[in-house]
Design a protein around this ligand. Structure first.
Ligand code: AMP
Ligand code: GLY
Length: 440
C-alpha cells in the first residue's frame, strides 16, 4: 500500500547527538534526549559523573571546534547542542554551517552575530531600544570618555548599575551603592582592565526595582515556541544575601507570572524580539533566555542569554512533556510550528548542593555519596567526576535535586528530602528556595 504524503512529511529521522558542556543543564539535556524515540547515539563533551550514566562522555573541550568537528565526522553526529554561551559567542554555528564537509550537522544555537545578544551588553541594549522593548535606560562608554561616564553617573541616583560589555563569567555586573564605588568600578573596568577585554566598554544603566524571573523560547529560524518560565535564586545566602552564584535553586511555574503578565511578556518583549531579529536578517535558531524583571506589573528586560539557564533547565525541562529529540528535529526542519508543546501542570523545584566556600575559593575532590533512595529521583550532576567507583566533587555547584509537587510547598518538601540523601564534606545549600513564593 502506498504511504500517503502526509505520513512521509511527519516522518522524523533518527539522530546521533552531541551535547557540549558539563553542568546541570547539560545533564538535563542528555537525560531528556536519552528518553527520546529519535535519538540513537548520544554523547556529551566533556560531561560529568552523572551524564556518564545516561550517555557517553567524550574528552573534548567545548571551544575546540576542530576536535569537535573531527569527532562528529568519525561518529556520524547529526546534531550538536551547545549548553553554554561560550561556543556560540565564539561562532560554533558559523564554523559548521560555513564548511561544506560539516554543514550537514545541525547546531541548535544561534550564529555568532545573534549570539552578540548575550556576548555584548551594548549590542543587546541597542537592539532593545531599536525595537521599543521595555528595558532600563542606558549609555555606553569606553576608556576614551571615562570623564563623560563619571558625569553620566552623576545625572542618576544610586544604586548605579555598571556592566562590562563582554562576557565576564557572570561577574561583569556591579551594582554600586554610591558614587565612590561607581567611580572605582569605572576605573577598574575601563582603565585597569580588571574584567579583561570584556570591560573595554561599559554599559551604565538605570537600576530597576522588582522581582526577576526567566522566560525561555526555542526558535527554528522562522518560528518559536514558548517554554515554561522559572524563577532562579542567584545569591549564596538565605534571604537573597551575599555574593552572586551561578544559581542556587529554581522554581517553575512562577506564580506571579500570571496570564496578564505573560501576555505583556509575549506582546511587548518576545514578539518585538522576533521581529527585530528578522529586521536584522538573523534567522535565529536555538534558545533565547529572557532575563526579566517585574516592575509593578510591567515586565522589563534585564538581559538576553542565547542558551537555556542553569538551574532553570533543571525545573523547566522536567515540565516539558514532549520528546526533546522530536523538538530538535522540528527545529532542524524549520517545522517547530508543528510541535504541539505540552507542559506538566505540576510544580517543579530544584535545590543546588554546592561546595563549602563557593562562590569564592572551595576544595574539590570530596567523595559524594548518593543514597539508593534517589535511584528513581531527578538528580542532576554539575561539578562531579568519576574516579574508579567513586563520585568526586569537581566544581562549585555540585548537584541539583529536582522534584515535582502539586504545590510549591510539596515540590520543595520533596526536593529537600532528596538533598538530605546526598552527602559530601563541606556541602552547603540554601534552605529558603521558593519560600518567597509560598504565599503568592
Ligand atoms: P546581567 O548579567 O545583566 O543579568 O546582570 C546580573 C544581575 O544583576 C541581574 O540578574 C540582576 O540581579 C542585576 N541587574 C542587572 N541589571 C540590573 C538593573 N538594570 N537593575 C537592577 N538590577 C540589575
Ligand atoms: N541562572 C542564570 C543563568 O543561567 O544565567
Amino acid at each position: 500500500m502506498a504511504i500517503s504524503c502526509k505520513c512521509l512529511i511527519i516522518l522524523h529521522i533518527i539522530m546521533n547527538v552531541l551535547v557540549l558542556g558539563s553542568g546541570g543543564r547539560e545533564h538535563v539535556f542528555v537525560w531528556k534526549l536519552a528518553q527520546s524515540a529519535l535519538v540513537d547515539k548520544l554523547f556529551v563533551a566533556p560531561g560529568n559523573a552523572g551524564t556518564s550514566s545516561v550517555c557517553t562522555n567524550v574528552d573534548l573541550k567545548i571551544l575546540d571546534f576542530k576536535g569537535i568537528a573531527d569527532f562528529c565526522l568519525s561518529n556520524n553526529i547529526d546534531v550538536i547542542i551547545p549548553g553554554s554561551e561560550d561556543p556560540l559567542v565564539a561562532g560554533i554555528a558559523d564554523y559548521f554551517s560555513g564548511n561544506d564537509k560539516l554543514n550537514h550537522i545541525f547546531v541548535l544555537g544561534p550564529n555568532k552575530e545573534a549570539a552578540q545578544l548575550e556576548g555584548s551588553k551594548d549590542y543587546a541594549k541597542q537592539f532593545l531600544i531599536e525595537n521599543n522593548i521595555p528595558t532600563a535606560q542606558y549609555q555606553t562608554f569606553t576608556s576614551d570618555n571615562i570623564a563623560a561616564a563619571k558625569q553620566y553617573v552623576r545625572t542618576k541616583t544610586a544604586p548605579y548599575v555598571l556592566k562590562a560589555d563582554g562576557l565576564a563569567a557572570g561577574k561583569g555586573v556591579v551594582i554600586a551603592q554610591n558614587l565612590i564605588e561607581a567611580d572605582a568600578t569605572l576605573d577598574d573596568m575601563l582603565l585597569n582592565s580588571k574584567f579583561g577585554a570584556a570591560g573595554n566598554s561599559v554599559v551604565i544603566e538605570d537600576f530597576l526595582d522588582g522581582i526577576e524571573f526567566s522566560v525561555f523560547v526555542l526558535c527554528d529560524g522562522e518560528n518559536y515556541v514558548l517554554l515554561p518560565e522559572a524563577k532562579d535564586y542567584k545569591r549564596i545566602g538565605e534571604g537573597d544575601t551575599g555574593l552572586n552564584t551561578g544559581g542556587m535553586g529554581a522554581v517553575s511555574p512562577v506564580p506571579f507570572a500570571d496570564k496578564a503578565l505573560m501576555d505583556k511578556v509575549v506582546e511587548q518583549i518576545i514578539e518585538p524580539t522576533m521581529h527585530g531579529l528578522k529586521r536584522r536578517n538573523i534567522q535565529y535558531v536555538g534558545f533565547i533566555f529572557f532575563g526579566l524583571i517585574n516592575c509593578n506589573g510591567q515586565p522589563k528586560v534585564i538581559e538576553y542569554n542565547v542558551r537555556m539557564g542553569d538551574p532553570e533547565t533543571e525545573v523547566v525541562f522536567p515540565r516539558i512533556k514532549n520528546d526533546f529529540g522530536e523538538m530538535v528535529d522540528f527545529c532542524r526542519n524549520k517545522r517547530l510550528i508543528d510541535a504541539n508543546i505540552e507542559f506538566e501542570s505540576k510544580v517543579c523545584t530544584t535545590i543546588f548542593a554546592v561546595s563549602g566556600g563557593y562562590p569564592e575559593d572551595y576544595e574539590k575532590g570530596k567523595r559524594m555519596t548518593i543514597s539508593l533512595a534517589l535511584q528513581t529521583e531527578m538528580v542532576f550532576h554539575a561539578g562531579t567526576q568519576k574516579s574508579d567507583n567513586d563520585i568526586l566533587t569537581n566544581g562549585g555547584r555540585v548537584v541539583a535535586l529536582s522534584a515535582f509537587g502539586n504545590t510549591i510547598a510539596d515540590a520543595l518538601k520533596h526536593s529537600y528530602q532528596n538533598v538530605a540523601e546526598i552527602k559530601f564534606d563541606g556541602m552547603y545549600y540554601r534552605k529558603d528556595i521558593g519560600k518567597d513564593l509560598l504565599n503568592n
